[in-house]
Unconditional design. Structure first.
Length: 474
């Protein structure tokens, strides 16, 4: 049964706006110039979206922004808990601010995000990093004005880490990092409990935003000229299960596709166990929905998939991929996530993953060596294979995917694509980078005025992970 979603009331949001005014007054008394904030984000697009809302609230409170931590009066680290490497980076970067804090005691150092929602990590921060002033969890981001006010006006540290299933807060101001590409969360949390994953424990249960709230924000973005709008959720395919009346993710896509404007809709992340034929048919039929399916399979071996608690088999996954290829053909681009070296995985089982990689013909893969997460069922499993051996397996996988990616790129030689130009390229000083409907990267020579626009680009040279092209002459 879905958990009943608690939606933050208008009264609670008004209370936070009053705290915004209080913080603004404190800053006005304390500083002659507008104080600067530095927000450092780790991890997934959902964290980026959270940081954009954090920056929206900070802007309303009177902060300006800088990317230089030693210029800031407030430094916030929005953390990720998915892999150990991300956590180590946080500890290192927070530790590096100790001297800065000692020399500038008025500086506020804050940590939030998924790492902080874990009790053992919050405890470590409390004990080992006494110069950290403010720590708050994933379920109270909307309370930042109140928490920051407490931190600014009290001498003691503020730790706000409620152990709840999460909330939905609408109407929080957003300061977006890009004026043409936007992240739009449609749901929060996760119910899947994959045995290796900490996300359900730190993000809470699945909860969907109301359709009318999503449509309102989406319509505003389209009206403001945003060209690529990415719908976000830990498992977008589960969208709407907690809504009454029920609205499927495919239905939501169709409704957004019908909104007026010149834009492209993307989404992340899909879970194979909830990926339906209806969704694939919707992708094929809706002209503004990108023909890119990011569908993580994690392992190609059924025993490992069961141990991971993924809820599908290799055969079911392939059936979905083949159906998508049948409907979308060469327009479809497939990407996926893979974990190498899950506890107890043998080399023979890993070879099943390699063979699945060959079968699906993905454009690219996101591959990781298993990272033990305290508090997950997989953390208790025997893990006899050494990290060095797992690294060899990963090397084999990367070598295979490099060949497949090069072959995939060759299929597009001479084709012309409508592309969203998103930034500077890497092939040369005058190159721009653009993304096709199917999420392929094309680089071509052009002026920076084209960034943030759609352009028709012809492929003149397929490379391994990127296509070289030129703007189609009219």
């Amino acid at each position: 049964m879905p958990v009943e979603t608690r939606r933050i009331s208008e009264a609670e949001l008004e209370e936070q706006k009053r705290f915004e005014e209080k913080v603004s007054a404190v800053l006005g008394e304390r500083y002659e110039r507008k104080p600067l904030a530095c927000v450092v984000t780790y991890g997934c697009q959902q964290n980026v979206a959270d940081s954009e809302r954090i920056k929206g609230m900070l802007s309303a409170m009177g902060y300006g922004f800088t990317e230089k931590r030693n210029e800031a009066k407030l430094v916030i680290f929005n953390t990720c808990a998915v892999r150990e490497h991300a956590e180590d980076r946080v500890y290192g970067n927070v530790g590096a601010l100790k001297k800065y804090k000692l020399a500038n005691p008025d500086v506020i150092i804050a940590l939030c995000g998924c790492m902080m929602q874990q009790k053992h990590i919050a405890g470590k921060i409390y004990e080992s990093f006494p110069f950290v002033d403010l720590v708050f969890g994933t379920h109270v981001v909307h309370k930042l004005p109140e928490l920051l006010y407490k931190s600014l006006t009290r001498r003691k540290r503020v730790f706000e880490l409620p152990d709840i299933d999460g909330v939905i807060a609408e109407g929080i101001p957003v300061r977006r990092d890009n004026d043409k590409k936007a992240f739009l969360p449609i749901m929060y949390g996760c119910n899947n409990f994959c045995s290796y994953c900490i996300v359900p424990y730190v993000r809470g249960r699945e909860r969907s935003r109301r359709v009318e709230d999503i449509e309102k924000e989406f319509t505003q973005l389209a009206g403001e000229g945003y060209k690529e709008i990415m719908l976000l959720g830990q498992n977008v395919n589960s969208y709407g299960k907690d809504l009454e009346p029920r609205v499927t993710f495919a239905e939501l896509l169709r409704r957004l596709n019908d909104i007026e404007g010149d834009f492209r809709i993307r989404f992340m992340t899909s879970h194979p166990k909830d990926c339906t034929k209806e969704l694939i048919e919707t992708m094929a039929e809706c002209d503004k929905v990108a023909t890119h399916l990011h569908l993580p399979f994690q392992s190609g071996n059924n025993r490992i998939l069961k141990a991971m608690n993924r809820g599908y088999t290799r055969e079911q996954y392939l059936s979905l991929i083949n159906y998508a290829k049948e409907l979308m053909g060469d327009e479809l681009s497939i990407t996926s996530d893979i974990i190498v070296g899950f506890p107890g995985e043998t080399y023979e089982e890993f070879l099943d993953t390699k063979s699945l990689v060959e079968e699906i013909g993905a454009t690219s893969l996101f591959t990781f060596i298993y990272s033990k997460r305290e508090g997950t069922p997989a953390a208790k499993l025997d893990d006899p294979v050494s990290h060095e051996e797992k690294a060899k397996w990963l090397g084999e996988l990367l070598e295979l995917q490099e060949k497949i990616s090069a072959e995939q790129m060759k299929l597009h030689a001479g084709k012309t694509f409508k592309c969203f130009v998103y930034g500077k390229g890497k092939l040369g000083d005058n190159y721009l980078a653009a993304r096709t409907d199917g999420n392929l990267i094309i680089e071509f020579e052009g002026g920076e005025r084209l960034i943030g626009t759609f352009q028709k680009v012809k492929v003149i040279e397929p490379l391994t992970y990127v296509l070289r092209g030129e703007i189609e002459k009219v």
